[in-house]
Design a protein around this ligand. Sequence first.
Ligand SMILES: *Cc1c(COP(=O)(O)O)cnc(C)c1O
Length: 494
Amino acid sequence: MRFTGTRSCADAESAFAIASGLVSDGGLFVPQEFPAFTADEISAMVGMDYCGRAMTVLSKYLTDYSEEELRYCVNGAYKGSFDNDEPAPLADIGKKRKMLELWHGPTCAFKDLALQLLPYLLTTAMKKTGTGREAVILVATSGDTGKAALAGFADVKDTRIVVFYPVDGVSDMQKLQMITQKGQNVSVCAIEGNFDDAQNGVKAIFTDAEMKKFLLDSNMEFSSANSINFGRLVPQIVYYVSAYCDLLKSGELKAGEGFNVVVPTGNFGNILAAVYAKKMGIPVKKFICASNRNNVLTDFIRTGVYDRNRKFYTTESPSMDILISSNLERLLYILCKGDSTQVAKYMDELKNTGRYEITAAMLAELQSEFYGGCCDDKEGKEAIAKIFKERNYLCDTHTAVALSVGDKYREETGDDTLQVIASTASPYKFAAAVLGALTDEKLPEDDFEKLAMLSSLSKTEIPAPLAGLKGEEILHESCVAKEAMKEFICRRLS
Ligand SMILES: *Cc1c(COP(=O)(O)O)cnc(C)c1O
């Protein structure tokens, strides 16, 4: 399997794509063709555990990794770090709906499924590409990615990780998760600014000539743990394949019988992984793309116009508060039938005017497989309350967006195909908002008391990684002006 770029022809093996993160022209690495499963391979996966299924999927794309290397990566990532060694269990919530629970890992969000594996894939790739340099992973985060990347890269040999978060732009629990992170190779720093400032700062540092020289002189190189890296995308294909296998195993689906997926979407990485799973032969019928009030994707799917020139809202589902969905570029590449010149043109327009419009033929193809819908915080809260009342099932604010949009889709279309809903975070990560949906009682000030209140109200347990934060030592107190990010990195790397 070889990889090309979304904006120009490229020809690389997976190790190179993973080690470098981005194509040098700013495009994203995509497979030159999609590998497909045979019916026998799918039957075999039904009898395997998650690691076995992951091996089968990864070996189709990462053909330059040996079987031993892949086994080392997969076992390292998934054995021992998820509840019951089940990274992606399905929970039934009635009315032909299944929650694909992706938050049983060390940081209680779905980012763990990819970021537990990425450090193994990346360090193995670096050995294979053989520069002998240390990788410096730069991350700008609005919450979940930062902690998941820290947990994945902490004390990983030959890597350093530096995370920047907006000082007032993450939840208290998310902040506490990051500033208590242990590890010899980790740095965490707040910046006086918002998430965009953090992201722009990181992007500028990536291409800064002075920084490049500084890194080379120190025998280091930058890399990315963002979902633009193919190494973060491929682990996400696995859980859709695994969900299908589980449904075959339980007899709820027959071989080849279709199902719909509903995904709470921000950067478009999670739902794109479902598209890749379908390309490999998993019978997904509809991709239901759920957005919060920042509904740029809903409009795009309905009209073919992508327009980021709009008001940005801060919502109760902050990890979906985003106006530029980077991974949509990979879907455009598919819709354009691999015309990278066309994709480059759209991306130029997006950069220069904030807007582009796809052709009628592309829109027709998009709409044949995608449904776009959105809901606001009030509808999200109603969804949390309803599913708790009906099924005693607790879900977080991001998952609630998917639940609400999945129901709207059924009402509008009458399509009652089984829905697999991506459940992306533990409700305890957003305890205040979830409690607000369930009770009118006054909430306690203290964050751990909120967790306790949610636990007694729902009769579920507080996830150990969150309960364990209580009393942990604060290790990272730096906060710098956004202009001083570069200086911070140099100081830490010297
Ligand atoms: C990152 C995140 C999302 C959005 O996922 P994308 O792959 O960026 O579309 C949704 N929910 C939660 C809880 C997240 O952390």
